[in-house]
Design a protein around this ligand. Structure first.
Ligand SMILES: C[S@@+](CC[C@H](N)C(=O)[O-])C[C@H]1O[C@@H](n2cnc3c(N)ncnc32)[C@H](O)[C@@H]1O
Length: 265
């Protein structure tokens, strides 16, 4: 079969065009990942993706479904503002069942605080810290963070709650509400004492670094630290945890944006 020279050169030109477009797209994507310091292009990711039932035995499947150690009192995400999804709620609620001291960075509406309090033992205490934006601008937002102004405005937008979901409920007595800038929060009284810590405060890189350092000092032997919003859509969280994942065994729980760490007992 003979191919006309025109068709031949057309096919050659199209092949070159597609190859060039493919190479340009690939190179852009790889450079983008490196620029954002999100994760290496090759080799093991710093925060491996782990199925929830493989991460912790309480979520292990019986073959018919999750085992009942993970059963919780549950309130769904629908209608909640700035909160965690249903799988994330399940994970935190189930971990709370064995936690006597719990600390949350970032209360927002207090829906997650309520789930934690509702599932924690009767004598548990939940400390939750939030910022209330009264216009004084006394929080230490770092102007050198990537997209600093955008993440500051997001944090302030979520800092307008002074009434909370858990109030006037039968578990309200378990909750101690703290107001203030997490960067200025003194974690010394909590050092090595907290069984479950949820880091979900300001999402800029500097705050995630500072809140994480405090959480890691506060966590008790055998206790858990969980972070929310590990996703390229929150580059400050993503970058800080990818860096931490090079020092500590972190796990990104599948089906969630949670990253989890368990301190050795
Ligand atoms: C994403 S919301 C938390 C959602 C909540 N954990 C939940 O699951 O429903 C972020 C919270 O972090 C708080 N926050 C933002 N900047 C803060 C800061 N500098 N210090 C302390 N809390 C801060 C906000 O006030 C808000 O309560």
């Amino acid at each position: 079969m003979s191919v006309s020279p025109f068709l031949f050169w057309l096919l050659v030109a199209l092949t070159i065009l597609f190859a060039a477009a493919f190479a340009a797209t690939l190179s852009f994507a790889l450079r983008q990942r490196v620029r954002m310091k999100l994760r290496p292009n090759f080799g093991k990711p710093p925060v491996p993706h782990v199925a929830i039932d493989r991460w912790n035995d309480i979520f292990k499947s019986t073959g018919l479904g999750p085992n009942r150690d993970s059963e919780i009192a549950f309130i769904g995400q629908s209608g909640a503002l700035a909160s965690i999804n249903d799988t994330e709620t399940w994970v935190l609620g189930a971990l709370a069942k064995k936690a006597r001291r719990i600390f949350e960075f970032g209360t927002a509406t207090g829906r997650t605080t309520y789930v934690l309090a509702r599932n924690a033992p009767g004598d548990a205490k939940i400390d939750t810290l939030t910022y209330f934006d009264d216009g004084t601008g006394d929080a230490e937002f770092n102007a050198d963070d990537p997209d600093a102004e955008k993440w500051k405005q997001i944090a302030l937008g979520e800092s307008r709650y002074d009434k909370f979901y858990y109030e006037d409920t039968p578990v309200a007595h378990k909750v101690a509400q703290h107001f203030g800038d997490s960067a200025k929060f003194d974690e010394a009284p909590y050092e090595g004492k907290v069984d479950l810590i949820f880091v979900d405060g300001a999402h800029s890189y500097s705050y995630v670094k500072s809140d994480s350092a405090k959480a890691l000092r506060m966590v008790a032997p055998g206790g858990f630290v969980l972070w929310h919003d590990y996703s390229p859509r929150c580059p400050g969280v993503y970058k800080a945890l990818n860096e931490l994942g090079r020092e500590l065994p972190l796990a990104h729980l599948k089906g969630t944006t949670l990253v989890a760490y368990r301190k050795p007992a």
